[in-house]
Design a protein around this ligand. Structure first.
Ligand SMILES: Nc1ncnc2c1ncn2[C@@H]1O[C@H](COP(=O)(O)OP(=O)(O)OP(=O)(O)O)[C@@H](O)[C@H]1O
Length: 247
């Protein structure tokens, strides 16, 4: 029985954080089959900030969804520490997501009738060792907006509330699918700066999918997808601050 409910041994003892071997995903069957992932091998060390780039339909979201326990692989393995996510049943995947993964999507999905603080509290109230919602919102630069409602916040500020909501339970990994997709460059920059702060101050591993190649400058490692495979990858010798990126 896989103990995903247990926090793994200190992650320093379980490097790497993720190890993917021959990961594949096929949607549909026979003539309508779509090969979204065609055998992905990847090692992700804890604490890294990784940017995933690639054309539409190349498999980025599929990979993120499998790593995040939202979707299942068709073949191969996806190890989180010493747990193979491809062997987990639904309850174990739910437990894994709840304890270890924070998600940020292009659309913020905040509850309109709740303040920023209350939106974050929804998660902290059901977490084991959460931050105070105000602390999470302060980390993303929203200490002056705790009691504002979503309609009183800009798109970038709403996305930062969504980031605070994702990290307030202290996940090991923050998975971001097009977090700046709906934002202009100025507000997008602040969202990326919030992700960088979380990565640096909490050592939360961050994976960021984007279509904007400029964002690659802030990563430790950049992975380029093509046709369900990793086409290439490289490491930046020095990370750029999101505030220095020119969109
Ligand atoms: N639930 C699904 N059912 C059927 N096909 C799917 C499903 N989800 C994704 N696909 C297909 O799998 C392939 C990879 O999709 P995926 O969303 O992972 O790509 P992506 O690189 O994230 O694209 P984008 O940048 O446009 O979001 C695409 O051909 C897509 O149409």
């Amino acid at each position: 029985m896989i103990q995903v409910g247990e926090r793994p041994a200190p992650l320093a003892d379980v490097p790497p954080l993720y190890r993917l071997e021959g990961l594949s995903k096929v949607y549909g069957v026979a003539s309508s089959a779509v090969h979204a992932l065609r055998g992905v091998d990847l090692v992700i060390a804890g604490g890294e900030l990784i940017v995933l780039l690639g054309p539409s339909g190349s498999g980025k979201s599929t990979l993120l969804n499998i790593i995040g326990g939202l979707d299942r692989a068709s073949g191969g393995h996806a190890w989180f520490g010493n747990v193979d996510l491809t062997e987990c049943d639904d309850d174990e995947l739910t437990e894994y997501r709840r304890r270890h993964v924070g998600f940020v999507f292009q659309f913020y999905n905040l509850i309109a009738s709740l303040t920023a603080r209350e939106n974050v509290s929804l998660i902290t109230e059901i977490s084991e060792d959460p931050m105070d919602p105000a602390e999470a919102l302060t980390l993303v630069g929203l200490e002056q907006r705790l009691d504002h409602f979503p309609a009183q916040l800009s798109g970038g500020e709403q996305q930062r509330v969504a980031i605070a909501r994702a990290i307030a339970k202290r996940p090991d990994v923050l998975l971001c699918d097009e977090p700046t997709g709906a934002l202009d460059s100025e507000t997008g920059t602040r969202v990326l700066a919030a992700i960088e702060t979380i990565n640096q101050e909490l050592s939360t591993t961050a994976l960021v999918i984007t279509h904007n190649a400029v964002i690659a400058g802030m990563a430790d490692e950049v992975i380029l997808f093509g046709d369900g495979r990793i086409a290439s990858s490289y490491r930046n010798t020095a990370r750029q601050s999101p505030l220095e990126l020119k969109w």
